[in-house]
Design a protein around this ligand. Structure first.
Ligand code: TPP
Length: 332
């Protein structure tokens, strides 16, 4: 951040587009070098995720959805940690300061910040020859010692997942002319629903308290369900079995699998789901499922944590293990 005495292009850009989003007094109207987050009897949970043009979103995606994705992938991490959003800082690397891009970007970011009670606290804006990047660090609050980590899963725990899995990967496939594109061409409603799941994640912050109260371990599904469960199990020193038939799919995804237009691996390993994956002791699962029902989010049991260190096993209807060739998206 810079001071306002000698307004530069960056200062006026910040004042015009982002000052209205800085509603927390600790943000000092975005004119100081730093912000303050105060906390009494709480832990501040910190998480960061960048979205890069061509890697996390398509250059053709509308600016409002890019803004929402950038914030929501971070909100999703807070939800999975059982944390209530407190605020975020934003680093923007932009090719130009075109109003036609920045105005809808800032408006959508502001709307989401309000919806999720997560105000802008500060940040930095820089130019780049491209590709563009939006990096957000979000802060959340939990009562002291109550953040849900990845290490608490124990044999016998049930594995639960929110929402549906695989839609975002199918949405990307549709947008990039993959196998799903032809298969949904005659069903515009399904096509739009899948694209929307890719462009605009639905973070499960309404379930943060239930996750905090009932889960033994949790993370969000960003890279792919199979790979993310593998990471959670490794962190907890356990293994898992998953009934693939229990993995919640949208009607559109179920239909595409039934018609052999896409394989189930695309759904399990595709990523971009931004659902909560968590483990609970069997006695706690009904409470978490009911908490989901209360806010209109399906919470589904997909398997069980078992002893061992081997990779989680994904079983078909006959109890045969699926040989997944890939588990998740990988950057490198
Ligand atoms: N290509 C485009 C244009 N957009 C995409 N979202 C993908 C590919 C798929 N993709 C890119 S990154 C990623 C996925 C599934 C995983 C999530 O991003 P990451 O930076 O690994 O987030 P984290 O796991 O750190 O939260």
């Amino acid at each position: 951040m810079t001071t306002p005495q000698n307004p530069s292009g960056e200062d006026s850009l910040i004042a015009l587009y982002f000052k209205p989003l800085a509603t927390d007094p600790g943000a000092f109207g975005l004119v100081d070098d730093a912000a303050i987050l105060s906390s009494a009897g709480e832990d501040i949970v910190v998480t960061t995720d960048a979205v890069v043009e061509g890697v996390h979103y398509l250059a053709t995606d509308p600016p409002d959805s890019i803004a929402r994705k950038a914030l929501r992938v971070n909100l999703s991490d807070l939800a999975a940690k059982g944390a209530e959003p407190a605020g975020f800082v934003l680093t923007l690397a932009l090719r130009s300061k075109e109003d036609a891009w920045l105005r809808p970007f800032a408006d959508a970011l502001g709307k989401d910040a309000k919806t999720f009670a997560c105000p802008l606290l500060g940040g930095d804006t820089v130019s780049t020859p491209g590709p563009q990047m939006i990096s957000i660090t979000a802060f959340g609050r939990v009562p002291k010692g109550r953040m849900i980590g990845r290490t608490g899963a124990r044999p016998g725990d049930l594995i639960l997942v929110t929402g549906t899995i695989g839609d975002a990967a199918l949405g990307l496939d549709v947008l990039t002319g993959g196998a799903a594109a032809g298969a949904v061409a005659s069903d515009p409603a399904a096509r739009d629903a899948l694209i929307s799941r890719y462009r605009i994640p639905q973070p499960r912050n309404a379930l943060a308290q239930a996750v905090r109260d009932h889960a033994t371990a949790a993370m969000d599904v960003s890279d792919g369900l199979a790979g993310d469960l593998t990471k959670l199990c490794a962190a907890s020193g356990v293994s898992a079995t998953v009934e693939v038939a229990s993995v919640p799919l949208s009607t559109a995804a179920r239909d595409l699998v039934a018609r052999n237009a896409v394989c189930v691996e695309t759904l399990l390993a595709g990523g971009d789901d931004y659902e909560v994956l968590c483990t609970v002791s069997p006695a706690q699962s009904d409470a978490l499922i009911a908490a989901g029902q209360a806010v209109g989010v399906a919470v589904t049991a997909i398997g069980t944590i078992v002893e061992g260190r081997e990779r989680p096993r994904f079983l078909d209807g006959q109890g045969q293990e699926l040989a997944l060739k890939r588990l998740s998206y990988s950057h490198f």
